[in-house]
Design a protein around this ligand. Structure first.
Ligand code: UDP
Length: 460
């Protein structure tokens, strides 16, 4: 007799980075609400970090997401800042660990994995899924424009803009379509590291991933159609299902790498509407001490209220130090915390603008909450995101460095005044906020794509 249709069971696997885990976790919750079982696979180290940062009450909650881990192929004491080695170890060791995990789960007919949703940067996981005959989706945690660019790498090599190792031969400003941001070929994502060897490896990884994910059954991304329509003509298979945000849903599990300081919400409650500059640089951007001090003095110079996230590892080198007397001078109007509940902060009525490193999650979160931006990109896709914010959507301003490469306190004060005084920026970002909301509401473009995906995965 035919076996009864098994419960759909998605195995979800992000690369070991906070900003990749967050949207995939949100997608997992949405699938769980639609009747899926979810097994969420992290590397052992990340798994441990997440479990450590969980609030005490977690053990009493019934979580619909099963968090599991597999080794990343490195030794316990190995330096995971050696990105080259991390990449090599992961792609050589993780496929067999993943296969083993799936085989183990598949032994029980009620736990059988029915689809795999893999971060598109883990192309090997798509290969494992294909080999095991499991339907698969490649998930891009960023925008469609970047994906279109990555798909065009062979043409850029052919045209002599890049060499076969991703080195820029001709510095050009390229624009994939007139409504997409201009991209500087000297600032492509793999140029974010100085080491040429590492650049080469990152570029080769991008090419390899392209090959591995190109025939995936589904291509999903955390964006929405309305903000970058022409990018989807360049990526006909790509379905935007974002913005993937926690929204007002009661979440049982909040994934954090550092314990969240929610006392800042009480502090925000005491501030006037639209009065606070929120400053945060995501999960891995690093500032040097000189720049860090200049930012502190810039915030002081603005005279405005501010909420500043200073992660334990935000500054390079030794422990973080502030300019002399800074903390006492700003105590009445500035709050400094180590990790914020960012989505809730951005949704708070006291927030006036968001000084951000322009990570894609932060960009989508600011847009979705209707907050004007001040852009301070650091690496990778953040320059492209800055161009979307300031040049295409026109919902924020760039902070420019001086001839010593520093964003000065005067520049910070000037741009804060400009962005706060620009009504047009506020009007435009509120329009985008509505579009974002609509796209993930019933009948909206992203919701429709998600429902199509869910139906297909349930039917297989
Ligand atoms: N974030 C947070 N609390 C903070 C700072 C950041 O929860 O104090 C979250 C933020 O909401 C976003 C993620 O960290 O979801 C950062 O992702 P993004 O893509 O913006 O930057 P990345 O960490 O990749 O540089």
């Amino acid at each position: 007799m035919e076996e009864a249709m098994a419960t759909p069971h998605a195995l979800v696997i992000p690369i070991p980075g906070y900003s990749h885990i967050i949207p995939l976790m949100e997608l997992s919750y949405m699938l769980a609400e639609r009747g899926f079982k979810i097994t969420f696979v992290n590397t052992e180290l990340i798994h441990e970090q997440i479990m450590k940062a969980l609030p005490d009450e977690y053990s009493n909650l019934k979580n619909p997401i099963n968090l599991v881990s597999i080794p990343d192929g490195m030794g316990p004491g190995d330096d995971r800042n050696q990105i080259v080695r991390v990449l090599e170890c992961m792609s050589s060791a993780m496929p067999s660990y993943l296969e083993e995990l799936i085989e183990k789960m598949n032994k029980s007919s009620k736990d059988k994995i029915t689809c795999i949703i893999a971060d598109e940067n883990m192309g090997w996981a798509v290969t494992v899924a294909k080999k095991m005959g499991i339907p698969q989706a490649a998930f891009s945690p960023t925008n469609a424009c970047l994906r279109a660019l990555v798909l065009r790498l062979p043409q850029l090599i052919e045209a002599g803009v890049l060499d076969a190792n991703g080195k820029t031969l001709k510095q050009e400003m390229i624009q994939l379509s007139s409504t997409l941001p201009v991209i500087d070929t000297a600032r492509l994502p793999w140029h974010c590291v100085d080491d040429p060897m590492l650049q080469q490896i990152m570029f080769q990884e991008a090419l390899k991933n392209n090959q591995e994910v190109k025939d995936a059954d589904w291509h999903l991304c955390n964006s929405f159609y309305e903000i970058e329509q022409s990018a989807y003509q360049l990526n006909p298979k790509l379905l935007p299902i974002g913005p993937l945000l926690a929204g007002s849903r009661q979440r049982q599990l909040v994934v954090n790498f550092w314990p969240e300081d929610s006392t800042c919400l009480n502090w925000l409650n005491q501030q006037p509407a639209c009065s606070v500059i929120y400053v945060a640089f995501g999960s891995f951007a690093v500032l040097d001490q000189t720049q860090f001090h200049e930012l502190a003095l810039g915030l002081e110079l603005t005279g405005h209220r501010f909420l500043w996230v200073v992660r334990p590892n935000l500054t390079d080198g030794q422990a973080t130090t502030y300019p002399d007397g800074f903390q006492a001078r700003v105590a009445a109007r500035g709050s400094i915390i180590s990790w914020a509940p960012q989505q809730k902060v951005l949704a708070h009525p006291s927030i006036a603008c968001f000084l951000t490193h322009c990570g894609w999650n932060s960009t989508l979160e600011g847009l979705s909450m209707g907050v004007p931006f001040l852009c301070w990109p650091y690496i990778a896709d953040q320059f492209l995101n800055q161009a979307y914010i300031s040049d295409i959507w026109k919902v924020g301003l760039r902070l420019n460095s001086d001839d010593k490469g520093i964003i000065s306190r005067e520049e910070i004060k000037k741009k804060v005044e400009e962005v706060l005084g620009d009504e047009k920026i506020r009007e435009r970002v509120l329009v985008l906020k509505e579009m974002a909301k609509k796209s993930v509401s019933e009948g909206g473009s992203s919701m429709k794509n998600l429902n199509d995906f869910v139906e297909a995965m349930k039917g297989k």
